[in-house]
Ligand binder design. Structure first.
Ligand SMILES: C[S@@+](CC[C@H](N)C(=O)[O-])C[C@H]1O[C@@H](n2cnc3c(N)ncnc32)[C@H](O)[C@@H]1O
Length: 209
């Protein structure tokens, strides 16, 4: 595993214990978005960076979700939360930028919320190429990421929180995920929209072919 990923995995071994408490103020917003962002996610689904399983209760009951995370501690939390899921869920401890244990062209969907803002910039292309590899041709993906705002007032608040976000979550507002997706030879962006201000970016797309 890449050294930067190893650092992040070590970080989440600790962060997992208080993740839901720390994230609660933001989750009050996210929980309003999650049902609407997952209602059409069906079939064989890979959720990459499942975290404590906040999305799991919202997948349609016929979905078959593979919940992937590299942190065993986060997966344990997600496993508890999966009792509230109506779909079937299996858990997989795996690095999203490698996914060595997953065979190609097996998923109808890849979902990743707030994963790419944790992934180091230099591993984004590799992770996206793995997303493309495990998706069936033409199958869809949905990414939700946070990014720096062009609004000076919002940016000031983000700059205030950035050291905390980096230390606790290993995350940053400075990732160029959309550009990496657009550069990917195997993925195609089908739509983007902001869920709030110009900071929470939803990226919809599909695997070419
Ligand atoms: C900020 S949390 C987001 C959790 C969840 N997706 C949500 O919406 O609440 C990021 C998650 O991605 C996981 N993660 C970060 N880098 C990863 C990687 N390279 N491979 C697999 N999981 C990773 C972390 O362990 C953590 O659980």
């Amino acid at each position: 595993m890449h050294e930067l990923n190893l650092q992040n995995r070590r970080r989440y071994a600790i962060t997992a214990w208080f993740y839901d408490i720390l994230d609660y103020p933001w989750e009050l917003q996210y929980r309003k978005w999650r049902p609407g962002l997952l209602h059409d996610v069906q079939g064989e689904v890979l959720e990459a960076g499942v975290g404590t399983g906040r999305n799991l209760p919202y997948y349609p009951s016929k979905s078959k979700v593979t919940a992937l995370d590299f942190s065993a501690a986060m997966l344990r939390k997600a496993s508890k939360r999966s009792s509230r899921a109506s779909c079937s869920v299996r858990f997989l401890q795996e690095d999203a930028s490698r996914m060595a244990s997953l065979s190609s062209s097996q998923f109808d969907w890849v979902v990743a919320f707030f994963l790419c803002c944790v992934l180091p910039e230099q591993l984004q292309a590799q992770a996206l190429s793995e997303f493309a590899r495990v998706l069936k041709p033409g199958a869809r993906f949905r990414l939700l990421e946070m990014k720096y705002s062009a609004d000076p007032g919002i940016r000031k608040r983000q700059d205030f929180f950035a050291p905390f976000v980096a230390k606790v979550y290993g995350a940053g507002f400075n990732r160029n995920t959309l550009a990496h997706v657009e550069d990917s030879p195997d993925l195609e962006v089908t739509g983007t929209r902001y869920l709030k201000h110009d900071t929470y970016l939803l990226i919809d797309g599909r695997r070419k072919g």
